[in-house]
Design a protein around this ligand. Structure first.
Ligand code: C5P
Length: 305
């Protein structure tokens, strides 16, 4: 049997970061939205004892490891272990989500691999505990849509949201490691350069804006506590954020831990227009247009032998 699953990239409309916890993570309050930018994972069985083989293709395949460090490899092994079978699989990942970009591309691959392996092995149990083990954003990748994330981001509940939002996704080739950005934030806080939020809570204005369905309202209430840390590590991102607004975006901000920057447009044509102008300025590696919210992880094809 051959199973393909697709899983979405995410953006954070609010990313409020609390104190560093004893387990090395930070408590968060975040509002996630899934983008219609998806990675695909196809799996099929190999002869017994052959183990897992993982190949990567697609627009953003460069530099992605196919070894044990790949979250999709870890994901299929977790499912096989639960089912009690030896894990002998071919994995093919089609990467359309920029890598080490703050868009949870690795988490999307993990979520798609979990769903595909569950289908292939006939595992009907809850995938959420496995998703939590794999990474803070994997549970949201399974769910998709719009959701409030708490704890280290892995506890997610759907949030009411109207409308669709059009984004320009401005990616840079120099990926940023998530732990490094959190560490930089801790350092900036220790130095007194930025402050920890007094209260770690969802922002009511943002939740109300989501109910209104107005892009202009959303634009006024976007926030990301990791942005000063990403900007301190990659100062040229500030120019990208400024240019996006000069080019007509309603707002711009760093996506998650960066270095991707996202800019909110009025509609799809407006997003294409801004994307064309930014592309012409040679500031970014790749400029894409995407819409939120979008579906979570889905099985997209099943081929029986
Ligand atoms: O959960 P995930 O593996 O994606 O996290 C990668 C790293 O990002 C963690 O090891 C930690 O350093 C940092 N992180 C954090 N607080 C979070 C999520 C991630 O400090 N809530």
């Amino acid at each position: 049997m051959k199973v393909t699953a697709a899983a979405p990239a995410k953006i954070n409309l609010q990313l409020s970061v609390g104190a560093l916890r004893a387990d090395g993570y930070h408590d968060l309050v975040t509002v996630y939205q899934a983008l219609d930018l998806r990675d695909e994972v196809t799996i099929f069985e190999r002869a017994e004892g052959m183990g897992v083989q993982c190949g990567i293709s697609g627009d953003f395949s460069s530099g992605v490891p196919g070894d044990e460090s790949n979250l999709a490899v870890k994901a299929v092994k977790l499912v096989a272990e639960l089912v009690g079978v030896s894990c002998d699989l071919n994995i093919q990942i089609t990467k359309r989500i920029p890598v080490a970009a703050g868009l949870a591309g690795g988490s999307a691959d993990a979520a798609a691999a979990l769903a595909a392996a569950a289908e292939l092995y006939g595992y009907g149990g809850d995938l959420q505990p496995l998703a939590e083990q794999l990474g803070s954003d994997v549970t949201f990748s399974l769910l998709g849509g719009t959701a409030l994330g708490t704890s280290r981001g892995e506890v997610v509940v759907p949030v009411l949201a109207r409308g669709n939002y059009c984004w320009v996704i401005i990616s840079s080739s120099n990926g940023l490691s998530t732990p490094r950005v959190y560490q930089k934030l801790d350092q900036l806080r220790d130095e007194g350069a930025v402050r920890e939020p007094l209260q770690l809570a969802p922002k009511n204005e943002l939740l109300q804006a989501l109910v209104s369905g107005s892009a202009t309202e959303i634009a006024a209430h976007l926030s990301n506590d990791l942005q000063p840390a990403a900007l301190a590590l990659v100062p040229k991102l500030q120019r990208i954020l400024d240019v996006a607004v000069e080019d007509g975006a309603l707002a711009s901000l760093v996506a998650g831990s960066g270095p991707t920057c996202i800019a909110l447009a009025k509609d799809h044509d407006h997003a294409l227009d801004i994307a064309a102008r930014i592309s012409g300025q040679n500031l970014a590696d790749r400029v894409l247009v995407a819409t939120s919210p979008a579906a979570g992880t889905e099985i997209t094809a099943i081929e029986k032998n």
